[in-house]
Design a protein around this ligand. Structure first.
Ligand code: HEM
Length: 372
């Protein structure tokens, strides 16, 4: 049988993602069921649970995410970021979805400074409501699981099927959500390379995984306040002068266009219009400039030209460690080889989805925004 290189990468991704499966994490309710590649039917909760209705969880998630993302890749980007911001804070426990924080002190995760711009909550609500409806109100899928599955589906769609990975189910929902806890562990965009590496290391992620996951900034948007430090001519972090000037005038115009002093811009210069790209001196060699909103390795090509929004993105070029521990080596590797990045990103997303939850009590929420 002849395989083209795309099919080979896809098959390898599937195989490795499957092999990379970890034992069930703490707080799992069903012994860690494994869902397949997000592209096939079944693999979900399979048969009936306690005689209750059989619901195809995977297809339901797939359908609702696909519908929500129709013509709106930003929705997919929001779901991918939501997963990171959930799992980084006390593990994957759906805590970022909570509106109310009866067990926390102060405000919840949604109010954290580093959670500026989080979106995608309605998609999770819609999936939850549909699963409940299909199961006649019987509920065995946690909000944490729904987010994991939704982010995986968003990744598959955003990458046009290039990034697929296996995840297990059986996570439980936590009851604590604290803005202070979120700000204590989520990395701000002003972090330097050592802080970024330490932050990821604390969660068990190595340098290559940090660089692979940062490639998510190929999609979505950011508020001006998240990169305003980069517009300061006296800034210490190198940024292309042409890109900086183009951004400065673009954000000024966007303040009026969007009617806010904190407008949003595309994370990826690839998604900006041609006029902006020309003004910014963007070199498009090896970039599919027609692939607006697509999760590909163009982030690395932009970074290697000093044309990325966040200080934390650029910092990946500023690593003095050597060998496998050097972030710059991984940037080069992923910029040169899209297949390697698809694989590394999928593996790191699977690992992210598997961070065990810690907390005083767990449940399966009826409503993802409040505890039962
Ligand atoms: C390495 C440290 C990271 C830093 C400092 C960082 C910082 C940020 C910031 C400041 C924003 C813009 C927020 C706003 O102004 O609205 C953003 C957006 C985003 N981030 Fe990150 N991030 C990091 C890692 C990650 C990871 C690991 C992922 C996922 C795997 C991710 C996925 C995204 C996505 C998809 C967006 C766009 C979201 C949207 O359009 O709604 N980021 N990030």
């Amino acid at each position: 049988m002849k395989l083209n290189s795309g099919a080979l990468v896809l098959s390898l991704c599937l195989l490795l993602a499957f092999l990379a499966g970890q034992p069930a994490a703490a707080g799992r309710g069903d012994g860690g069921k494994k869902d397949g590649d997000g592209g096939k039917k079944g693999g979900g909760d399979g048969g009936k649970k306690g005689g209750k209705k059989d619901v195809d969880v995977e297809s339901t998630v797939r359908m609702i995410v696909a519908k929500a993302m129709e013509g709106k890749p930003r929705v997919g980007a929001a779901l991918v970021r939501l997963l990171f911001h959930d799992c980084w804070v006390h593990g994957c426990d759906g805590s970022v979805l909570l509106d109310t924080v009866p067990y926390g002190s102060g405000s919840g995760e949604k109010d954290a400074e580093n959670n500026i711009g989080l979106e995608g909550f309605e998609v999770i609500d819609d999936i939850k409501a549909e699963l409940l409806r299909l199961a006649d109100g019987y509920d065995n899928v946690s909000c944490a699981d729904i987010l994991v599955l939704a982010a995986r589906q968003a990744t598959a769609i955003l990458s046009r099927g290039k990034i697929v990975y296996a995840v297990k189910r059986g996570r439980m929902d936590g009851v604590v959500s604290s803005a202070a806890d979120a700000d204590a562990v989520l990395p701000p965009s002003t972090f330097k390379i050592k802080q970024l590496k330490d932050n990821f290391k604390a969660r068990g992620f190595n340098t290559r995984e940090l660089v692979a996951l940062s490639g998510a900034h190929a999609v979505g948007v950011a508020h001006l306040s998240s990169f305003v430090d980069r517009l300061n001519t006296a800034t210490q972090s190198p940024i292309s002068g042409a890109y900086q000037n183009a951004l400065r005038s673009h954000t000024e115009a966007q303040k009026t266009a969007q009617g806010t002093n904190d407008p949003i811009e595309f994370n990826n210069i690839r998604d900006m219009d041609k006029q902006f790209q020309n003004a910014a001196g963007y070199v498009t060699t090896g970039v599919d400039v027609t692939a607006n909103g697509v999760l590909d390795n163009s982030y690395y090509k932009a970074n290697l030209q000093n044309r990325v929004l966040f200080r934390s993105d650029w910092e990946l070029r500023n690593d003095t460690d050597t060998g496998a521990n050097n972030a710059g080596n991984a940037l080069d590797e992923f910029g040169d080889n899209a297949g390697k990045w698809f694989l590394a990103f999928g593996q790191a997303m699977a690992k992210l989805s598997d961070i065990p939850a810690d907390g005083p009590r767990f449940e399966i929420r009826k409503n993802c925004r409040k505890i039962n």
